[in-house]
Design a protein around this ligand. Structure first.
Ligand code: HEC
Ligand code: HEC
Length: 185
């Protein structure tokens, strides 16, 4: 009798401890389902300071973990697409953790899933614009509107054309190529 009461009590305690957690994550999932259309809205002040100086602050969900690992290698940052983007080890590792935790292969957001589906297993490009899905989406834009367009210069500057890139939205309805107006050609 004593024993079964003890079992009953401990089961109640266990259930009490677990159930609220389940309930919480259930609601969190239900809420975030609606928002899983684009790329995850995540932010880090260290990331903004370390990586937001020269270009748009790319969402971590635009590349897989292995791409971020290659980009955030200490040596690689010394010659980052021809620029020196060196960081202190502390900041570099904090940024790497942030990028890895939110990378495309760990995300349920639509664009991240499409990015991953377009890559071969283990493929880890250093550029977002080399991801097959992203590349394909921009194939038809005439070069004149990018390289010869002083207001854009290269496809890497997502936010020049994607007016809501900083709000994690890349929908084609929100595109406006500078000097060209709407993007139909
Ligand atoms: C000193 C300037 C500078 C800093 C700081 C910098 N970058 Fe860059 N980054 C560049 C340049 C230049 C390019 C190439 C742009 C081009 O080809 O037009 C680039 C390109 C990239 C690309 C490829 C974009 C694409 O798809 O073409 C990624 C990803 C990237 N940077 C991530 C980072 C991360 C992460 C950090 C912080 C650790 C960082 N950058 C800090 C200058 C910088
Ligand atoms: C020169 C302007 C320009 C730049 C720079 C640019 N894009 Fe785009 N992007 C477009 C246009 C135009 C489309 C629509 C293409 C179409 O639907 O035919 C598009 C489409 C997309 C789409 C698909 C949208 C949809 O609704 O299917 C994604 C995702 C995207 N871009 C991401 C990016 C990212 C990430 C970057 C930066 C690494 C970037 N783009 C840079 C012009 C640009």
């Amino acid at each position: 009798m004593k024993k079964s009461r003890a079992v009953f009590l401990s089961l109640t305690v266990v259930a009490g401890a677990i159930l609220p957690v389940h309930a919480d994550s259930f609601f969190t999932d239900a809420r975030s389902l609606e928002r899983k259309k684009e790329v995850a809205p995540v932010a880090s002040e260290t990331y903004r300071k370390g990586c937001g100086e020269c270009h748009f602050l790319y969402q971590p969900g635009l590349l897989p973990e292995q791409s971020w690992r290659k980009l955030l290698d200490a040596k690689a940052l010394e010659d980052h697409f021809g620029e020196n983007a060196e960081l202190s080890d502390n900041n570099r590792l904090a940024i790497l953790d942030f990028l890895v935790a939110n990378s495309a292969d760990k995300s349920n957001y639509k664009r991240s899933k499409k990015i991953m589906a377009s890559l071969k297993p283990g493929e880890a490009p250093l550029r977002i614009i080399e991801v097959p899905y992203i590349k394909r989406k921009h194939n038809e834009i005439p070069e004149d509107l990018i390289k010869k367009n002083d207001k854009v210069k290269s496809l890497s500057y997502c936010d020049k054309c994607h007016q809501q890139a900083d709000k994690n939205n890349f929908d084609d309805d929100t595109v406006n190529i500078p000097g060209h107006g709407n993007w139909t050609w």
